[in-house]
Design a binder for this molecule. Structure first.
Ligand SMILES: NC(=O)c1ccc[n+]([C@@H]2O[C@H](COP(=O)([O-])OP(=O)(O)OC[C@H]3O[C@@H](n4cnc5c(N)ncnc54)[C@H](OP(=O)(O)O)[C@@H]3O)[C@@H](O)[C@H]2O)c1
Length: 231
């Protein structure tokens, strides 16, 4: 078993996921990074402390297999950044059942299934789980234009509270980071007139997540961090 701390990063081929995995590798973690598409290329693929695991994280039995694999090969997960998620626009009038179910599955179920298995495993010796919320989930006026996205992300804040309610007994902490707009190529393409300097970069968010992964974050409880930049 590895003596290094183990981090699980879901969505490690995404814009935020790549930065977070890279940063945690730099901090000395062994990182198991999930990807959905087997042929996604990752800059840190050859890093000796990185292992790619191809999985659909909305599939419960696949998550069970992943957790069994990690415990057999590495031991317990110390830190998890659950970054899988996605976005769709739509007002109340425009949002269909299909949209709701899609966003629920992508933003909530993917995190819930990982949390459930991590919680059981971490309850032996503690651990820290980080979820990614979204600003409109905390701001109804912004949510009005992206209803299914905001509703699905808002459940993560409740999940965080449920996990934290027992954290003095279980040693399992949960934090939520809330970026405004990430400075990514798709966002630049869809909002070409925005001031990109107002946004937060994936690297800035990764730096915050690496702080949460560090022993310096030990006193933090029920943490919701808003990384809004100037947006
Ligand atoms: N971008 C923003 O402005 C922004 C703002 C606030 C919050 N966030 C949140 O931050 C997180 C990361 O955002 P991002 O912009 O980095 O997103 P991204 O680039 O689209 O990355 C999402 C990753 O999740 C993976 N994924 C999606 N569904 C999956 C599934 N069922 N099983 C396994 N992997 C799956 C994707 O893999 P594939 O590429 O193979 O589909 C991709 O690697 C998300 O939770 C997002 O909601 C983003």
């Amino acid at each position: 078993m590895s003596q290094k701390k183990i981090a699980l990063v879901t969505g490690s081929s995404g814009f935020l996921g790549k930065s977070v995995a890279n940063r945690l590798l730099g901090e000395g973690f062994t990182v198991v990074g999930t990807v959905r598409t087997p042929n996604d290329t990752l800059d840190f693929e050859g890093h000796p402390s990185f292992e790619r695991y191809t999985i659909d994280v909305s599939n419960e039995s696949e998550i069970s297999r992943l957790m069994d694999y990690i415990s057999q090969n590495y031991g317990q997960v110390d830190f998890a950044a659950l970054l899988v998620g996605g976005f769709v626009m739509g007002t109340l009038a425009e949002t269909s059942q299909k949209d709701l179910e899609k966003m629920y599955r992508l933003n909530f179920l993917t995190a819930y299934l990982c949390c459930q298995k991590l919680y059981a495993q971490m309850s032996d010796q503690g651990g820290h789980i980080v979820l990614v919320g979204a600003r409109p989930a905390l701001d109804p006026s912004a949510a009005a234009a992206m209803v299914s996205y905001s509703l699905s992300k808002s459940l993560l804040f409740q999940l965080e509270e449920i996990i934290n309610a027992k954290s003095t007994e279980t040693g399992v902490r949960c934090s939520v980071i809330v970026p405004s707009v990430l400075d990514t190529p798709p966002n630049r393409e869809s909002m070409p007139d925005a001031n990109f300097n107002d946004w937060v970069t994936p690297e800035q968010v990764a730096e915050t997540i690496s702080f949460l992964a560090s022993t310096d974050s030990a006193p933090l409880r029920q943490t919701v961090l808003k990384l809004y930049g100037n947006a």
